[in-house]
Design a protein around this ligand. Structure first.
Ligand code: NDP
Ligand SMILES: O=C(O)[C@H](O)CS(=O)(=O)O
Length: 485
């Protein structure tokens, strides 16, 4: 990996203001999913290092909160500028450890940086209220204060943006944060921290602890000094972390799994729907929580849509993300490949028809052929489980009412998408879908300006937008008496 700024490739963690090795000296290897090569090692830390990070964060936070909002905003703004100035290096590090094509990695760096930019601005708009009092001798004021020391546990699929989406509002609000990144993709987190400190962020305010997930997680969820946990990852792990937070009644934000329906009505612009399907299904090789997981196509356009989609999917290029023209990188690991194989085998065993792909790519490692299966039905695993890979399963439906029932028949409720040009249908379906986010005539909905999050078992809270900082603030009600004199 050729970096303009080699200092961004870190092998130690910033803990309590110092770059250190694990107390044990143990390390974890970070491998490239496209080649299997070891890129670097990072410390295998545990509870002791995590505890030191929490204690130092609490001490440092007081000084950070004594700064004005504008002073905090200036540091975040500088961090944003440094992220963009180092976009190529950060993307190269990200692609090497996660596998996504460089163009997508560069996009993720810009996306992550946009959250830092956004919350640098929001830092200056943490307003309160005055309320008409319940007595002439009283005045009521509501102020909003930083929640305190916060923790983040983040996934491998967006190893930069998922941290930025949490650290941005936390630091803007005046909080401190300890991050446990995914063990498969820790290098992006370490580079992010290095640039934060170059921007002037006090190092003890933002620790990154790599290593034993359950040990670090137990400390982050059990330590009473930690006021809040923000998690992005599987619903299964999210539920376990929620349970662990209960003992100290921690506030939580949860961005969990999804099972997004992608719906095409017979009045849709089919070419636009195919473009949206490619963007939603095959971004990050299908490894995003908002990827289309079930395609519901109205019967009148089923074959036409399937044919157009097959032509577009056949043009996708599978390969190492550092090579020009590649738009499908490898899946993150063997477990991910097996899950996609399992979903395809199950679909074909339950009446599905393979249109394209269907097997591991000849390049080996985590590479997989982009796949389409027709005649999908509710008996299949893909109807109920998040594939998290490049499989498009095409279901059909007759009526709008039938479609709403099918689309909502899941415990998940993160993203959903539909294509229609009938304004009445657009409103009826948008209001009927039980999801936190609805893409209408588009397959790309993620932006720092909008509230990202889900309902049902897809999560709690929202990230980004004017709502995103609320999760890092507490309301305090001041009742001032004796005013009458
Ligand atoms: N909503 C989303 O954006 C994502 C959804 N997923 C879904 O989850 C599935 C499994 O992916 P996977 O990577 O295993 O996701 P996980 O949810 O297991 O991992 C996400 C993060 O949680 C950490 N973690 C896991 N178990 C614990 C624990 N007991 N205590 C503390 N931290 C823990 C992981 O650490 P470590 O890496 O060290 O194990 C990682 O940092 C995917 O196939 C996909 O369906 C996955 C990623 C993102
Ligand atoms: O967790 C994810 O998959 C991301 O939130 C998806 S997005 O924000 O990049 O769309």
């Amino acid at each position: 990996m050729q970096l303009k700024n080699p200092a961004l490739l870190r092998r130690q963690c910033p803990v309590a203001g110092e770059w250190i090795d694990a107390d044990s000296g143990e390390t974890i290897a970070v491998t490239n999913p496209a080649t299997g090569e070891t890129i670097a090692t990072v410390p295998r830390m545990g509870a002791a290092e995590t505890r030191r990070a929490i204690d130092a964060a609490k001490a440092e936070m007081r000084g950070w909160q004594r700064r004005t909002a504008k002073e905090r905003a200036a540091v975040l703004r500088r961090w944003y500028e440094l992220l963009l100035a180092n976009q190529d290096d950060l993307a190269a590090i990200l692609t090497s450890e996660q596998g996504k094509p460089l163009a997508e990695a560069r996009g993720e760096i810009a996306y992550g940086a946009s959250y830092i930019e956004w919350f640098a601005e929001e830092a200056k708009r943490v307003y309160g209220d005055t309320i008409p009092a319940h007595g002439t001798d009283k005045r009521i004021v509501v102020i909003r204060q930083p929640i305190g020391v916060t923790a983040a546990i983040t996934p491998w699929n967006f190893p930069n943006a998922m941290i930025a989406r949490k650290a941005g509002p936390a630091l803007a609000a005046g909080c401190a944060m300890i991050v446990k990144p995914a063990s498969q993709t820790p290098l992006s987190a370490l580079a992010l921290a290095a640039l934060a400190f170059d921007a002037g962020l006090p190092p003890a305010l933002f620790s990154v602890v790599t290593g034993a997930a359950s040990e670090i997680g137990s400390e982050l969820t059990g330590n009473p000094t930690v006021a809040k946990l923000s998690f992005t990852g599987s619903t299964e792990t999210g539920k376990a972390l929620l349970a662990q937070c209960a003992a100290t009644v921690k506030k939580t934000s949860m961005e969990l799994g999804g099972n997004a329906p992608f719906i095409v009505f017979d009045d849709a612009d089919l070419d636009a729907a195919v473009d949206g399907a490619i963007a939603s299904k095959y971004r990050n090789t299908g490894q995003t929580c908002v990827c289309a997981n079930r395609f519901y196509i109205q019967t009148g356009v089923y074959d036409a849509f399937a044919d157009k989609l097959a032509i577009a999917v056949a043009k996708l290029k599978v390969g190492n993300g550092v090579e020009p023209g590649i738009n499908q990188g490898p899946l993150i690991d063997e477990k991910a490949v097996r899950k996609v194989e399992n979903h395809i085998a199950d679909a074909l065993a339950n009446g599905g028809e393979l249109v394209l792909g269907g097997r591991r790519h000849e390049l080996g490692h985590g590479f997989f052929e982009p796949t389409i299966v027709k005649h999908a039905n509710a008996r299949m695993k893909v109807a109920r489980e998040e594939t998290f890979g490049p499989l498009a399963a095409l279901f059909c439906f007759e009526t709008e009412d039938e479609l709403i029932a099918l689309a909502n028949d899941t415990e998940f409720g993160l993203a959903s998408y539909f294509y229609s040009r009938d304004i009445g249908r657009v409103w009826r379906v948008a209001e009927a879908l039980e999801y936190g986010m609805v893409g209408i005539n588009t397959g790309l909905i993620s932006s720092e300006v909008a509230p990202f999050g889900g309902v049902k078992q897809s999560g709690i809270g929202r990230e980004g937008s004017k709502y995103g900082i609320d999760d890092y603030l507490e309301l305090k009600y001041l009742c001032i008496g004796g005013i009458d004199g």
